[in-house]
Design a protein around this ligand. Sequence first.
Ligand code: CTP
Length: 400
Amino acid sequence: MDKPRVVLGVSGGIAAYKACELLRRLTESGHDVRVVPTASALHFVGAATWSALSGNPVSTEVWDDVHEVPHVRIGQHADLVVVAPATADMLAKAAHGLADDLLTNTLLTARCPVVFAPAMHTEMWEHPATQENVATLRRRGAVVVEPAVGRLTGVDTGKGRLPEPAEIFEVCRRVLARGVTEPDLKGRHVVVSAGGTREPLDPVRFLGNRSSGKQGYALARTAAARGARVTLVAANTGLPDPAGVDVVQVGTAVQLREAVLKAAADADAVVMAAAVADFRPAAYAAGKIKKKDDQEPEPIVLVRNPDILAEVSADRAHPGQVIVGFAAETDDVLANGRAKLARKGCDLLVVNEVGERKTFGSEENEAVVLGAEGTETPVPHGPKEALAEIVWDLVVRRFG
Ligand code: CTP
């Protein structure tokens, strides 16, 4: 099978250097990438870098290799065009159909999905001209990723940062796999918990688990891409905030419960992907616990943590609220999963088989999604994004 053909358009902003990382992710995951920078982009990153990293020729103007009619062919043959960073000027040109260089010509000839990842100063992003251009592009079917909030060029911070290359890459992968879909979670508020809780013993030690949080982040990111307002309750993940998602950082199970219950009050769905400690140390030592050479260690006494999934399932904010749990099982996966679904009272339970090398920290997952009515949806081995999409498909079906 031919590699999917991606055009990476780069316009002239300082974030152009981050597009090198996006390019590397695209090529390493088996895409044939043609980089089309604007002339101003080359002030930031030179043609040699784009050419070496992509393994393809690089030009900015329509006058190179004219016999190959590049201004038409590159766009016509692409499976996806992604412009990262997209400057305010590039969004304006694209919205108005201007075509004065190779990238803008490519945007006019492309019939495939187009993704723009804007990066600019907050004032430029918020200017009505830019906002109207973004609305025009979205109305025509382009995906315009929301800029991230954070440090901008110079000392100022605000909205307008290019989302992390990993985030843009996931958007590209999703659009290539599913096309530009209707935002079927538009108008919905969903809550996702992710990561693993840490239960402190003293100021330097805790009881924790090996959950990376990647599955929960994939759920948050895909829900945002499908139009939802997303609250992500993140426990100890250290992962970058997904673009356009409201992230609440927590540490312990008790804090996670508080954040989830608060966000769940007006939520349409709650997905508990976090690995929540079932027990916490009964006592917290305000000072570091010291070893005593002549004494055996003190046993650690544990007390139960609240079962948040069971609680949100029992006390739903409204009857139509959909609750999803996750279960990691080592044996009798389906039977244990069924019993857990009934015990917790949720609508869907995503059951993974876990072991030493399975699931934890990996980019991939394999699961069965059990439904309260007895349905079973197997999800083949694949990216955590793919499992996330299936979970949202099943949730949307329950919304009716
Ligand atoms: N969960 C929760 N609160 C807890 C423990 C777990 O909300 N105190 C949620 C997890 O987020 C997950 C689901 O419950 O969605 C399954 O968690 P798991 O730890 O596997 O369930 P347990 O009831 O602890 O079952 P067991 O220990 O028997 O495997």
